[in-house]
Ligand binder design. Structure first.
Ligand code: ADP
Ligand code: TZD
Ligand code: MG
Length: 579
């Protein structure tokens, strides 16, 4: 046990029991703000900080790679509106965590990456310190804010500043740099206690302007073919009742973005998910709630969006409207306050959309769903994405509160469209970047924060980015079932090497018939190897019931996927040039 855990071991001329140090002050500052969990990976200079956190009653979830600790922190932030905390060592550990910090910022998830750093004097003169790096500046472009605390007496205010920066307004990632020297600095314990800051109202309500609300309602009232688009900002806002009331009282059809699935149950009569292209193209007024018109929505223009349209945008960020197309009615504020104001605005009367519009949607929906049902009913061998997902969908129907983590290309696209969500903030996926590697980090974060089971549906490539964290899953005995959609590679496992004279396999191909189920067995978890939908359903049912670490290796037809999944249009193809 380290000396730092023993306050009396801090030696000084004065009475040592009256002293505290940077280590204790950091933990006290986090605890003062009800932060009870740290995700991280230890080493110089933060090992004792992690030990102390544990000793002082916090949970420290210790990972095998910082990126996954960072992803766990980010998803914890998204689920709770409190910043998730990731703790790493200097330079390489910090950089490993930085991908997660940047991903959190991109997705508007609140998190704080805290890294230890080396001697300022040596780093700044570039004299070659152990793990030397100017971390504050390296983090700045990828974070909402980047701070360094240099004095023990500033730890309280520094941590408060980081928390407020992460969760207020549009949430995002914050970097907090703790030099080694700061951690061992001592100060009077009573003064230290006084320097602690509990952040008052860290997520302040932001009430929209009444004229902005009226403008939006007027536009909606004049619409012939209105549509509501719900994004993950709407899920994050935890204003589920207001959003549902607004959707149901107006009778306007809605489309959830992938992580907004479940905000209203996917089986809701007003969901237009089954005819997404139709409603995007045909709508005349679109109200966007907590979503951005980025690439995921074709930037609000082009063929996807069909004829002329007017947009209402409900968002906390005043600079989001007009980022891609003109927004006729921006409503700026937090979604809870905005939806309440909009609800009040329609209280005096709102005519539901015409049956011409809702009927056309219902007709298309029915047709598309019948077509999908026929595809899902097939039982090819080896399994297709569809037959495997039919089995998973049916099992998960009985577990509406399960956390679903999802990444891959085809494994992501098909799961999103086939597996229904019934509750808000239960689907966590590759998000705004389409990033691979969030699988085990998000799963661990979701399991730790919710105490509920997680099912991670992973492409075999996607899983590889974080696969070593299976050991972490097993070490903490988390109720996580990982399902690998094993098609022997990226997008497809059967592509040829275009050069017939070289022995290497194609750039997309992996070892054929890999047994990922054996990986989890190495750490004491339960592995399943399945080749049919029935076997998959049985294994998943058993694994969820057991509530213990499990991995199901589901063999999928290696020819079933398409390159880049749904994103074929973004993938530049070589032209006429030979090879
Ligand atoms: P999606 O990927 O689901 O389309 P995005 O991440 O692109 O969603 O958009 C989320 C949006 O939600 C961001 O523009 C962000 O500013 C906004 N947002 C986040 N939290 C809130 C909140 N509490 N109130 C209002 N808007 C929010
Ligand atoms: N690296 C990172 C960090 N993110 C990425 N998105 C990619 C690489 C590129 N990429 C995708 O966009 S999807 C994907 C990669 C490597 C993996 C697809 O293969 P999979 O899924 O096995 O996970 P399917 O089911 O075979 O399509
Ligand atoms: Mg694959």
């Amino acid at each position: 046990m380290s000396a730092i855990l023993d306050k009396a071991a801090v030696t000084t001329e004065e009475d040592p029991s009256n002293l505290t140090d940077g280590f204790h002050l950091v933990i006290d500052a986090l605890k003062a703000n009800d932060i009870d969990t740290i995700f991280g990976l230890i080493g110089i200079p933060i090992t004792d900080l992690a030990r102390l956190a544990q000793a002082e009653g916090m949970r420290f979830i210790s990972f095998r790679h910082e990126q996954h600790a960072g992803n766990a922190a980010a998803i914890a932030g998204y689920m709770t509106q409190k910043p998730g905390i990731c703790l790493t060592v200097s330079a390489p550990g910090f950089l490993n965590g930085l991908t997660a910090l940047a991903n959190a910022t991109t997705n508007c998830f609140p998190m704080i990456l805290i890294s230890g750093s080396s001697e300022r004097e040596i780093v700044d003169l570039q004299q070659g310190d152990y793990e030397e790096m100017d971390q504050v500046n390296a983090a700045r472009p990828y974070a909402k804010a980047s701070y360094r605390i240099n004095k023990a007496e500033d730890i309280g205010i520094g941590v408060a500043r980081a928390i407020r920066a992460a969760v207020s307004g549009r949430p995002g990632g914050v970097y907090l740099d703790l030099p080694a020297k700061l951690l061992s600095q001592t100060m009077d314990a009573a003064q230290g206690k006084k320097s602690m800051v509990r952040v008052v109202d860290p997520v302040p309500r932001q009430i929209p302007a009444p004229d902005a609300v009226n403008r939006a309602i007027d536009l909606l009232k004049g619409a012939k073919r209105p549509l509501i688009l719900l994004g993950k900002g709407a899920a994050y806002a935890q204003s589920d009742a207001e959003i549902r009331a607004f959707v149901e009282k107006t009778g306007i059809p809605y489309l959830p973005m992938s992580m907004a699935k479940g905000l209203l149950p996917d089986t809701h009569a007003q969901s237009a998910s089954a005819c997404r292209s139709f409603v995007l193209a045909e709508s005349d007024v679109v109200m966007i709630v907590g979503a951005r018109l980025n690439w995921l929505l074709s930037h609000g223009k082009g063929k996807t969006w069909g004829g002329p349209k007017q947009f209402i945008q409900v968002d906390i960020s005043p600079t989001e409207p007009d980022s891609n197309v003109a927004i006729a009615a921006p409503v700026i504020g937090d979604i809870g306050s905005c939806m309440s104001a909009l609800l009040a605005g329609i209280a005096s009367g709102f005519s539901k959309p015409s049956t011409e519009w809702t009927g056309a949607i219902a007709e298309r929906k029915e047709k598309n769903m019948a077509k999908m049902a026929a595809t899902l009913a097939k039982n090819p061998s080896p399994m297709s994405y569809h037959s495997a997902l039919r089995a998973i969908r049916d099992v998960l129907k009985a577990h509406p509160d399960i956390n679903l983590v999802n990444e891959g290309a085809n494994a992501l696209d098909f799961t999103r469209s086939i597996v229904d969500q019934y509750q808000p903030r239960k689907r966590f996926d590759s998000g705004t970047w389409g990033i691979m590697g969030i699988g085990m980090g998000y799963s661990i974060g979701a399991a730790v924060v919710s105490g509920l089971p997680v099912v991670a549906i992973e492409g075999d490539s996607a899983f590889g980015f974080s696969g070593m964290e299976l050991e972490t899953v097993c070490r903490y005995q988390l109720p996580i079932t990982t399902v690998i959609f094993n098609n022997n590679g990226i997008y497809k496992g059967c592509d040829p090497n275009l050069n017939p004279n070289k022995p290497d396999v194609a750039v997309t191909a992996f070892v054929k018939g890999a047994r990922y189920d054996k990986m989890i067995e190495a750490f004491g978890g339960v592995g399943y190897h399945v080749t049919t939908p029935d076997e998959l359903a049985q294994a998943l049912t058993k694994a969820i019931a057991a509530g213990k670490p499990a991995l199901i290796n589901a063999v999928i037809d290696e020819a079933a996927g398409t390159e880049s999944g749904r994103l074929t249009n973004l993938n530049p193809k070589k032209g006429a040039a030979k090879n």
